[in-house]
Design a protein around this ligand. Sequence first.
Ligand SMILES: NC(=O)c1ccc[n+]([C@@H]2O[C@H](COP(=O)([O-])OP(=O)(O)OC[C@H]3O[C@@H](n4cnc5c(N)ncnc54)[C@H](OP(=O)(O)O)[C@@H]3O)[C@@H](O)[C@H]2O)c1
Length: 249
Amino acid sequence: MMDFTGRHVVVTGASTGIGHATAGRIHAAGGKVTLIARSAGRLAAACEELGTRAAWVAADAGDKAQLIAALDEAVEVSGPIDGLFLNAGTGGGFAPVSAYDDEVWDAVMAVNLKGPFWAIAHVLPQMAERGGGAILVTGSLASERGMANNVAYVASKHAVLGLARAVALEGGPQGVRCNCVVPGFIETPMLDALPPEAWETMAARVPQRRTGKAEELAEVAAFLLSDAASHVNGQSWAVDGGVLGTLEV
Ligand SMILES: NC(=O)c1ccc[n+]([C@@H]2O[C@H](COP(=O)([O-])OP(=O)(O)OC[C@H]3O[C@@H](n4cnc5c(N)ncnc54)[C@H](OP(=O)(O)O)[C@@H]3O)[C@@H](O)[C@H]2O)c1
């Protein structure tokens, strides 16, 4: 049973999709939540819907100064951070590796990898000083598999899994767990732009023969951030209907 009563969890990429659903799940389990993303309007609306115990800060997670200021504001408003869900992500453009744009590469790395690194470097010592905490990063099937024409995304998502595993080892003795949740094909705005045939192709590749809901991902993300997962550390935890665990021939 998940209980976040008295706990403060910060979620990046919380204005829509997986982050929004996870903030809602943690709030429903009694937690205080701080929602971070760029769009102030969507964050304000989400917090209004949640009511008390919910705050937001608008910040670009790929900008170190903005991200650190947002984390400090979260502490100031809602108290020390017990859980940190580093979920903000961007896909970047699609191009062959030989034509991949340097600026797009840097932008993808800033949001998907450097942001989580900056946030962990800032918050881990605070958690350790208080005797513990839980950190979760959002990976992807691209944390475990290659994909064509999407090199920055694949490299960033492999790297963020490595970040989680390194932090699991450094944080473990200090009471801080760090895991990586790996979404499969989840129905969120990130994939909304795809045409219906692409959805059908994705669903056909899933052993369950369907895509996932943000709420199904949120259930596992909240679990990994909760004391119910107190001995889960350094894991890549897929919520993908069986894609990574199987081989269909
Ligand atoms: N949906 C899937 O099937 C799937 C599969 C694999 C991995 N993922 C990963 O899951 C995570 C969440 O994605 P989602 O599917 O929930 O998509 P989404 O609904 O588009 O959510 C992305 C979130 O990240 C925020 N964001 C993007 N760039 C940001 C930036 N520079 N600074 C701060 N916030 C930023 C967006 O808010 P603003 O635009 O307001 O900033 C939004 O809240 C991402 O890391 C993504 O790579 C998703």
